[in-house]
Design a protein. Structure first.
Length: 660
């Protein structure tokens, strides 16, 4: 059997691939490597497209326009319908900033470069509540780019005569080598971009030129080995593993073997994978791939944090129904309609559709996500996801000059501040509350913050963080600082974030993380630093971590308003916050036995009812995301700093009494 003949077993392999991808996205147990189903699709595409092109070239009737028209007829109608439907659904529920990004993604997809956008902006495994509904189109862009370029590549290779396979194999080898190298140098590029994925499609092309398996035993053996390799990959791979590179070889080789096995009429893969249920689902695979992801993302967007297995199953079933409708009333008619039979007509219609979708995406992008869609209350919440009170101006980075590490809040004519607030971006988030306090008490404070950099010398990770930390300590000694305020997202360095990101956690000399070791190193470093400040006669104020919220608060508040739901229920149980902070609370209480060490706990205000840690107050979001305080938090949290500023004022008054 050849790639030109209908292969029901290939449709069955498509079914396996799409079940893996959908199962992975919906969190089905045993599908941890389901993302590799895309690699199966790549091999299938390379095999079928390569087989058609080689057959037509052998017959002397290959045409570039005809080839691209067939690809457009196969892929674009369903893709354009899905994109338009996603834009319409999202217009009803998305806040402007997210809708703006969706419009941008639609524009990039219309240009066949969505993968380039996602390589720059997101990670494939960033599947939180704000994942883009068009993220899955990255793989379609890879294929579209391959279809545009490969006909020319094959034409050049065929000029070498019978050695053309060697040139294709060499190109595939270079692509695989680049993919492996990029895993360390640029992992997102390795995952998203055509140069590091081309070898998977080229493997299918090379298979299309291979002879059919001559013996039934070989076919059965190839099918068995291929199924084991693909099945093991889909079950054993895990998100965030280095991929693709050499790690993708098992699933690619396994796919090649499964397809090759089907070239013998006695192969068991023809009977099993080619059975009616498998082949039938395989026919829906493209449409199901198109629809499952945007429906899942938009459902999570609408009802964050409330997905039971039953709800997920309902969304999966709805996506399968949408897939059937797309196959029945979009894919099939466009393959059969005679009024678009001429290739040039098909290409012209496809180009027109792409231009319309791209123009709409650009209009959404330039229109800032069309904020006029939202009620005024929802828009107010949505806009609170950005800092406008100068927090970013007070955050240092690798490009910040050393003399600009520290910024000043409060009156400019009140001398050098004797109080320094030091920490990571959570310390910067305190700017609105600190500024309100400096105005009320008419005293200045200094602020030194750097994202991801805890305010403890022994915990500084990167070279830039260590340099920043040393400079802050020098500033404290040089400027006569008497009050040192330490604020940070402390638990991040102990336990990572709640979405599984462990990048900032404390590790041993070998780079290994263990919870008990991290807690020990943290406690020792903080005790040592606090003791040093106290030995110098300075008071230390420890600001406990702000309660983390489960979702992006401004977005969820806006969504609740848009959907007619109450905003007052947006909160995090205090018990969850206390459980995460248990070790830190004990350590801070121990340090506060020294009368020169005080603890300021935002939970005393944010969780004042003793049950819930609120996320909204007086019609405003208290958070700009799920963990940083917003501009609107200033007035609400200003009372937290009354003891600190009372001590500062008392100190100023004492100095005034001592002056002649």
């Amino acid at each position: 059997m050849t790639a030109k003949e209908y292969r029901p077993d290939i449709d069955g392999l498509r079914a396996l691939a799409v079940l893996a991808v959908v199962g992975f996205h919906f969190g089905v147990p045993g599908m941890g490597g389901g993302f590799a189903g895309v690699d199966v699709f790549f091999v299938i595409s390379g095999y079928l497209i390569g087989g058609h092109m080689l057959a037509e070239r052998a017959q002397g009737r290959f045409g570039y326009v005809d080839f691209w028209a067939r690809r457009a007829r196969r892929l674009l109608p369903a893709l354009l319908v899905m994109t338009v439907a996603t834009l319409l659904l999202a217009a009803w529920i998305m806040i402007p900033s997210d809708y703006e990004q969706l419009g941008r993604a639609a524009r990039y997809q219309a240009m066949f470069v969505a993968n380039v956008l996602f390589e720059r902006k997101v990670g494939y495994f960033d599947t939180g509540p704000d994942a883009t509904p068009l993220l899955h189109t990255w793989s379609l862009s890879v294929e579209e780019q391959f279809y545009l370029l490969f006909p020319w590549v094959l034409a050049l290779a065929l000029r070498s005569g019978r050695h053309w396979r060697l040139w294709i194999a060499l190109l595939a080898g270079l692509s695989l080598a680049l993919s492996q190298w990029w895993l360390a140098a640029a992992p997102r590029s390795a995952f998203f971009l055509l140069p590091s994925r081309a070898w998977e499609l080229l493997a299918g092309v090379l298979l299309a030129s291979a002879p059919a398996l001559p013996h039934r035993v070989l076919a059965r053996l190839a099918g068995a080995v291929g199924l084991v390799m693909v099945g093991a990959s889909l079950a054993l791979y895990r998100p965030h593993m280095p991929f693709p590179g050499l790690a993708a070889l098992p699933v690619v080789i396994g796919s090649v073997l499964l397809i090759w096995a089907g070239t013998h009429p006695g192969s068991w893969t023809l009977r099993s994978l080619g059975a009616a249920p498998c082949a039938g689902l395989g026919k829906l695979s493209y449409s199901w791939y198109l629809w499952h992801w945007p429906l899942l993302v938009l459902a999570r967007y609408t009802w964050p944090g409330s997905f039971t297995p039953g709800a997920l199953a309902l969304v999966a079933a709805a996506s399968l129904v949408a897939a059937y409708a797309s196959w029945r009333w979009v894919e099939q008619p466009f393959r059969q309609w005679r009024w678009l039979a001429p290739p040039r007509q098909m290409l012209a219609a496809s180009l027109a559709g792409l231009l319309v979708v791209g123009a709409v995406g650009q209009a959404i992008r330039e229109g800032g996500g069309w904020p006029w869609r939202l009620p005024a209350e929802a828009l107010r919440y949505a806009n609170e996801h950005e800092w406008q009170a100068g927090q970013k101006d007070c955050m240092a980075n690798d490009d910040t000059p050393a003399d600009a590490f520290v910024c000043r809040l409060g009156p400019k004519d009140a001398g050098v501040p004797t109080t320094l607030v030091w920490g990571d971006s959570h310390a910067a988030a305190l700017v609105p509350a600190l500024r309100a306090s400096t105005q009320r008490f008419d005293v200045p404070v200094s602020l030194a913050t750097r994202p991801g950099c805890p305010p403890v010398l022994g915990l500084a990770g990167t070279a830039g963080c260590r340099n920043f930390t040393r400079h802050v300590l020098e500033t404290i000694g040089r400027n006569g600082v008497t009050e040192v305020v330490l604020a940070a997202r402390w638990s991040l360095y102990l336990y990572g974030d709640e979405h599984g990101d462990m990048n900032y956690t404390l590790r041993d000399a070998a780079g290994v993380y263990d919870r008990a070791g991290a807690e020990q190193r943290f406690a020792e470093a903080l005790r040592r630093e606090v003791a040093g400040f106290r030995a110098q006669g300075r008071r230390v104020w420890l600001v406990a971590e702000v309660p983390l919220q489960a979702d992006m608060v401004p977005y969820q508040l806006a969504r609740r308003v848009m959907l007619g739901r109450l905003v007052t229920g947006m909160a995090r149980p205090l018990a969850e916050h206390m459980a995460r902070q248990a070790f830190l609370a004990q350590l801070f209480a121990e340090l506060a036995r020294d009368p020169g060490v005080r603890v300021l706990d935002p939970a005393s205000l944010l969780c004042a009812d003793g049950v819930q840690c609120r996320a909204e107050a007086n019609g405003h979001s208290l958070y700009m995301d799920d963990n940083h305080l917003s501009d609107a938090s200033g007035e609400f949290l200003a009372p937290l700093f009354v003891p600190l500023f009372g001590a500062i004022v008392g100190q100023v008054q004492e100095r005034g009494k001592g002056e002649p």
